[in-house]
Design a protein around this ligand. Structure first.
Ligand code: BES
Ligand code: MN
Ligand code: MN
Length: 474
């Protein structure tokens, strides 16, 4: 079915090719999922490397020049194809971003099947693949790769110059990303970046994400007495770091669940009326969103809807807390230290550095004599709002409408993708966030899954969107 090199195949032919090869696309996704690329844990370093090499081989097989580029951390998979035919150079250059690393799988005992042994099981929406990374982000990366495979099969390659930058450290702080981008600006030059690492509205309704929250993540340790103490001999007469830390953390929110850190809301703007109205028209179901996680009532800043709370308001959450005796039974002890991991999701123009500094001050100001605090930063990224007037967004919407038979919705997300900010700042281009996950995919949780219907539509959509991008002159 290969057409002459350089002539553009019809979208129908592309979609038919995607559908005809879907079983092998699923097999390849399972091969990808079998490699435990847990970037945060050094004991998986060799596997993470093997995962990058696996992806490089897949990209070479569809005509890309690809390598697992060395970085200060895990390798960066970079691949390039100049596009097929004499017209390709006149068409927009597309950069795709995604990540091949995954979150740790623990707690292992809660998985119904081993996290790195993908299985295809039946669910209410048809078949799904269950494995760590199924949707975040290996399934979505394969959505791009398999779409490029269809273009390779039908036209000998993509219609535009295409570059891929697939990182191996997204889930662990993206340490190498910015240095890599600074050093590789020419290689990564493009007109738009397409990111597939977010969600859809529902299984039948595509979405383009136009707002991402930022993230400041701090670890704080409160130190008190010079050693662990008998809680009877010393209790009541010395500062207990766990008590102190717990009190400070409890003061981070007021009775309306607003964050009490001075200056925290600087730069937060109210949602424009038209955006608010558009969100209200989406028909978001609290019952479904909360029911899926065993809750019947939302909880958060007073007077805000669930969508506002997650898409447009900043937050503060304790993600982990430790100290003292955590073993079985009782031990009467006053611990010398206590630690908490605290994250802030940011919106609008909140300044990550100022918030990190204000949090430190907030803690310091509340320490009793005899205690000191130590801080470690695990990242600070601002919120992102994507331009809604770009012609690439229009082209992506056309491609999505073709596949789904209805328009894509413009949505926000509560999650963060630090790369998007860096791509704008360092490479000087806008990102287009087109994702295929669902809220109940168990991202970062046990039994992560990707609906095969979503996977297939991801491949189809990327194939169709590329045709629409190619139809734009550069
Ligand atoms: N793909 C997610 C971000 C995401 C999650 C977007 C849900 C839309 C819906 C990404 O891999 C992620 O997990 N990001 C982290 C930030 C990172 C610095 C660890 C996050 O949002 O916690
Ligand atoms: Mn992700
Ligand atoms: Mn993630």
């Amino acid at each position: 079915m290969t057409t002459a090199q350089g002539s553009v195949p019809s979208v129908d032919a592309l979609l038919a090719s995607v559908d005809a090869s879907f079983e092998s696309s699923t097999r390849r996704l399972c091969d990808f999922l079998r490699i435990p690329s847990v970037s945060t844990d050094p004991s998986y370093d060799a596997e993470t490397r093997r995962c990058a090499d696996w992806l490089v081989n897949e990209l070479r097989a569809i005509g890309f020049e690809a390598e697992a580029a060395k970085t200060i951390g895990h390798p960066m998979v970079v691949a390039h194809h100049p596009g097929v035919g004499p017209d390709a150079a006149k068409r927009p250059r597309i950069l795709y971003y995604g990540h091949y690393d995954v979150q740790p799988a623990d707690p292992l005992e809660l998985w119904k099947s081993p996290p790195f042994e993908p299985v295809i099981v039946d669910g209410p929406r048809g078949k799904r693949v269950v494995a760590r990374g199924a949707v975040d982000d290996k399934g979505q990366v394969m959505g791009i790769v398999e779409a490029l495979r269809a273009w390779h099969a039908l036209a000998g390659g993509p219609p535009c110059p295409v570059t891929l930058m697939i990182e191996g450290e997204e889930e662990s702080g993206s340490r190498s990303l910015e240095p890599f981008m600074h050093a590789s600006k020419e290689r990564l030059a493009a007109d738009v970046c397409v990111v597939s690492d977010t969600g859809m509205w529902d299984v039948a309704t595509p979405a383009i994400t136009t707002r991402l929250r930022g993230l400041v993540y701090m670890e704080v340790t409160v130190h008190g007495p010079s050693r662990d103490l008998h809680s009877g001999m010393y209790g009541g007469a010395v500062p207990n770091p766990i008590n102190v830390l717990a009190r400070i953390l409890s003061e981070l929110h007021d009775k309306d669940r607003r964050v009490t850190i001075p200056g925290f809301y600087d730069g937060v703007s109210e949602l424009p009326a038209d955006t608010k109205a558009q969100w209200e028209s989406l028909g978001f179901s609290d019952a479904e969103f909360l029911g899926d996680i065993g809750l019947s009532q939302g909880f958060g800043e007073t007077g805000r809807s669930t969508l506002e709370r997650t898409w447009s308001r900043p937050t503060c959450d304790v993600n982990g807390i430790s100290g003292g005796y955590e073993g079985k039974g009782a031990k009467t002890v006053i611990a010398a230290h206590a630690t908490a991991k605290v994250s802030f999701r940011l919106v609008s123009r909140q300044d990550p550095e100022r918030i990190a500094a204000a949090f430190k001050q907030f803690v310091e100001a509340r320490l009793p004599a005899g205690c000191r605090a130590e801080f470690e930063s695990h990242g600070a990224n601002p919120a992102i709002e994507v331009s809604e007037s770009s012609r690439y967004l229009g082209a992506a919407e056309k491609g999505l409408a073709r596949v789904f038979g209805k328009p894509a919705l413009r949505i926000g997300t509560g999650g963060s993708i630090p790369a998007v900010g860096a791509i704008g700042r360092i490479l000087g281009m806008d990102s287009l966030l087109v994702g295929f996950g669902l809220d109940d995919d168990c991202v970062h949780s046990p039994n992560e899954k990707f609906e095969l219907a979503c996977y297939q539509n991801a491949i189809r959509s990327h194939a169709a969107m590329l045709a629409e991008f190619a139809a734009l002159a550069r």
